[in-house]
Design a protein around this ligand. Sequence first.
Ligand code: NAP
Length: 283
Amino acid sequence: MSSNIGVMGHPIGHTKSPVFQQAGLDELGIAETFEAWDVAPDELEEKVTTFRATGFLAACVTLPHKQAVIPLVDELTEAAEAVGAVNWIFNRDGKLVGHNTDGTGFLRALKEKTGFDPAGVDAVVFGAGGAARAIVYALKLAGIARLTIANRTVGKAQALASEFSEGRFKPDAIGLSRDELANCAPYAQLLVNTTSLGMAGGPAEMATPILADMISADALGYDAVYAPPMTKFLREVENAGATSAGGMTMLVYQGIEGFEMATGQKAPVDTMFAAIEKAFKSG
Ligand code: NAP
């Protein structure tokens, strides 16, 4: 019999979620196995139907299903609507609620692991894909003062900026050229890489969207990329004398937020981090 909690994606072999989620369940004495489900796109609808079963708690949703599950759930939270993606589905008495914890997980990672409060700061987000959407949503929620979205395809940055523009919150959209970045990056207190640059197995593992000479020593540079833990972007941040933080904390906190909503209990954060750190060290 299948368990009442797990993560689904396709492929799913790479996922580290079961490692830290299981550590959390065990610590709280919750007798569930956090499973990894390889669900091909043509099996998705049938799989989601099983989440309505009595006793089923929640499913974490990863690539490529984050958008495809939207029409399959009964209700979306405000975060899922805003981000346009679902990364958790909760069973509430047979009703499926689609939620997104990527943005709030990012904010919690900033606050609890670096002590950084984005309220009132100037920031640059590199990238305009799925991770950028969640982070732009989060920074708006956190009351950022000024945001620039810098992306290779400027049209995508413009679309993202205009979608989230509201009242005094009006993000600028630019390309990745040094000239364009020179007007904002050196003055930003927060720089977030959400491009795939630097990602192991991605388009350019040794690349970075910005070099050290355009980063303030007072800034925090956060990389959504978590594999490898030390990216070229983070090296540039450190070369500038600024503070660096890698994306593993966002990954774990999106999971912790889902864990807490699924179980109704406070997550054993230290235990869950210890489990994933051990898993990363052993490869
Ligand atoms: P995505 O939707 O495919 O977006 C990819 C982004 O990278 C786009 O902005 C794209 O620019 C840019 N890009 C790709 N190749 C590039 C290149 N050669 N030069 C410049 N820009 C390039 O991907 P995503 O889901 O946002 O994921 C992006 C990264 O974030 C991945 O490494 C992923 O692992 C990581 N991530 C981490 C977490 C976490 O919890 N830590 C969560 C989600 C994602 P264009 O628009 O011009 O194509």
